[in-house]
Design a protein around this ligand. Sequence first.
Ligand code: GMT
Length: 376
Amino acid sequence: MTIGIVCYPTFGGSGVVATELGKQLALLGNEIHFISYQQPVRLDAFYPNIYYHEVNAYNYALFEGAPPYESTLASKLVDVILNHNIDILHVHYAIPHAAVAYFVKKILARKGKQIPVITTLHGTDITLIGKDKSFAPVVEFSINESDVVTVVSEYLKQETYKNFDIQKDIQVIYNFIDCHKAIQSNTHECARMLLNQNERVITHVSNFRPIKRIADIVKGFALIREKIPSKLLLVGDGPDRQEIENLVRDLNLQSAVLFLGKQENISLIYALSDVFIMASEYESFGLAALEAMAAGVPVVTTKTGGLPELNIDGETGFTFELGDINTMANKTLEILSQPALFKTMQQNALKRAKIFDTTTIIPQYINIYNQLLSNR
Ligand code: GMT
C-alpha cells in the first residue's frame, strides 16, 4: 500500500503516534509519504520506504504574515497523491487536517481519482479546541465526511459523540509502543551526572501546557522530598515553563527539580525513573505514561479522561482525583517506600504496556486500510 500521512510535526502526541505508525507501516513494506510543514521530530533518520513532503508557506503582502496553510496543504496533497499514486490518506488531529482532507477528496474526484480518508482524533482536537465554536461546525462536518474515524480511547469516543452530531461509527484504536525498544539498560553514566547517592527519581514528560497541571506535580514533589531524598525530572517545554521555574524557586527546590527540555530519545530517562507522574486535567490517552510503563516504570496519574483505560489503580501504579496533591504524594511515597510493591508495580506496568504493543495495535490500522481499499 502507498499511504499519505498528514500530521503535526512537533513533540505533541498526535505527531508522535502518526510518525511511529508510518515507521511501523514502512517496516512492513508499505510506502509512506508524510506531508507536513516541518520534518516530524520522530522522523529523525533515513528510513527505507518513507518520504517526506514539506508544505511551504506562501507569503504574499496581502496575507500580512498569516499565509493560508489549509490551501497550500491541500494543493500539496493533491500533487503528492496524484504523483505518488497514494492509495489512502490518513490524517491525524482533526484541525485543520480533516477539513483539508475533505477538500482534497473533492478536488481529486473531479480529476477521476477516489481517495479514501481516515481521520484519527487525538484529544484536544475534540475536547478543547474542536468543540469551541470557532471550529465546531467544520470539525463535525469533516468527521462525518471521513470514510473512517478512529479515536485513541473509549473516553474520546464518548466525548466526540457527546460534543458533536456524529452519524457514523467511531473505532477505538489505542496509542501504541514498541516494548522491545523501550527498555534501556545503559544508565550508569547518566545517573552519575544527575543524581546523588540514594536519590529516587520522579519523572514527568509533557508539552508544559496548562492542561498538564505541572504546578500540582511540583507541589506534590515538595511533599515527597520531605520524606524521601529524590529528584524530579521535568522533560519537555512549553508555555507554562517560566511559571513552573518560578514555582520551583519559590519552593526552594532548584537543586531537586531538573528541567531537561525537549528530548528526542527519552528511553534513557525512563530507565532512570522510579515513578512517572501525570497530573493532567484530562488526557484522551496519555502516551507519555504508556512510554514510561513500557520501560517498567509505575505511573501515578489523575483518574481523568482516558487515563484509567491505561493505568489500573493499585496495579500499574495509582490514580488520584484531579488536584489532589496529597494523595498524589502519598501514593508515590507508598511505591517508593515499599520495595515489594515497587517491584510488583514495575512488572505490572510493563505487562500492561505490552497490551498496547505495536504488534497488537498496528494490525488494527492495517485492517482498516484493507477494508477501505476493498470497498473501492
Ligand atoms: O496536548 C497534548 O498532549 C498533545 C496532544 C496531541 O494531539 O498532539 O496529545 C493527545 O494525543 C496523544 C496521542 O494520541 C494522547 O496520548 C494524549 O493523551 C492527547 N492529549 C490530550 O488529550 C490532552
